[in-house]
Design a binder for this molecule. Structure first.
Ligand SMILES: [Zn+2]
Length: 120
């Protein structure tokens, strides 16, 4: 199984994992076979959970289709950036620079969810 397929396999089991280089310890995302910095081997780990919104967009949907939702790029404390959905607040309230915390994997098993840091 390639690293991308492995990532989605883990996500489908509710496990959000990114990679770290065994040699230079750099965190790596998106999933790859070798470290982009030094070519070293990579292993999976669970991110610590905090991040900051880098950019955010509201995707408009009709209410009967589930209503508007947010798509954001989040910079994790590990130093990697990934596309997520911010939940727990109105999509239009998501701001660049907002501290967020990992909230789980979406019901379809293919989306990583974060919520504002000050939300329970
Ligand atoms: Zn490396």
């Amino acid at each position: 199984m390639g690293p991308q397929a492995e990532y989605f396999d883990l996500l489908g089991k509710g496990q959000f994992r990114i990679q770290r280089c065994d040699d230079c310890t750099a965190a790596v995302f998106y999933p790859r076979t070798h470290c982009p910095n030094c070519g070293g081997p990579l292993g999976w780990f669970a991110p610590e959970g905090s991040g900051v919104v880098y950019s955010a967009t509201t995707v408009r949907r009709k209410p009967e289709a589930g209503g508007d939702y947010n798509v954001a790029l989040v910079d994790l404390s590990e130093g990697v950036r990934l596309m997520t959905q911010i939940v727990g607040c109105d999509p239009g309230e998501v701001r660049i620079g907002m501290p967020v915390r990992f909230s789980g994997v979406g019901p379809a098993g293919d989306t990583v969810l974060y919520r504002p840091e000050d939300q329970q």
